[in-house]
Design a protein around this ligand. Structure first.
Ligand SMILES: *Cc1c(COP(=O)(O)O)cnc(C)c1O
Length: 218
């Protein structure tokens, strides 16, 4: 689907929900996509992108940043502590802060580096054992810990269970954010970004609807 169609659908969902035009940031998820497809979307003017893996991001984004000013890169995949430094070097935002050990690591690196990307705390709203994210009951404590460590927590992120109605998960994320005074909500993907916008998403992460099906597994 052309980028402009996705932009039109986002604008319609914003209007439908009574939200201000432009209040939702589209993150184009470019993981595993061929470089020429990513370049085509850059040529259409898109500047905010999402990647799952630090190494993959390191392989493509330094060159794109040289060619296209104003790129913002969001890391949206699970983050291992031993990849935290390169992640902080390459990313403008990290959506997957999900455990106390990572809070400690990021806080130490932020001190050393004198900067830190915007952070979203990932919440495992479906309490799925195979999925990353802090459990909903433990989210408040993790957010408090990250704030105490002076980390720039700007919002929350979730990936609802694949076969479930996402709406209750979006609502849960919104409630946890509200009671913690957080304004950012990273939720909604190709199949459900309009429902996420209706529920208050500020960042939608859309991959296959823009780029087509991924050729390799993410
Ligand atoms: C791959 C991925 C997306 C994009 O998924 P699509 O269904 O292709 O839009 C969004 N968020 C995360 C965390 C992902 O890993």
């Amino acid at each position: 689907m052309p980028l402009s169609d996705i932009q039109t659908r986002i604008a319609a969902a914003e209007a439908q929900a009574g939200r201000a035009p432009g209040s939702v940031t589209l993150i184009a998820v470019s993981k595993v996509q061929p470089l020429e497809r990513v370049r085509a979307v850059l040529d259409e003017g898109q500047r905010v992108f999402g990647e799952n893996k630090v190494q993959e991001a390191q392989g493509k984004w330094p060159d794109f940043r040289r060619d296209y000013p104003g790129i913002a890169l969001h890391l949206i995949g699970p983050l291992q502590s031993n990849k935290a430094r390169p992640a902080m070097e390459i990313a403008d935002a990290i959506h997957t802060l999900d455990r106390s050990k990572l809070v400690t690591t990021l806080a130490r690196l932020a001190q050393e580096m004198g900067r830190c990307p915007d952070l979203f705390v990932q919440v495992n709203t479906g309490e799925e054992p195979q999925k990353a994210g802090v459990l909903p009951a433990e989210a408040d404590a993790l957010i408090a810990m990250a704030r105490k460590a002076d980390l720039p927590v700007v919002g929350l992120m979730c990936i609802p269970p694949a076969d479930a109605d996402p709406a209750p998960h979006f609502a849960m994320l919104r409630d946890i954010a509200a009671r913690n005074g957080l304004s950012g909500l990273s939720m909604g993907m190709s199949s459900d970004f309009e429902a996420a916008i209706a529920a208050g998403a500020t960042h939608v992460r859309v991959g296959s609807a823009i780029f087509g099906e991924r050729v390799a597994a993410p």
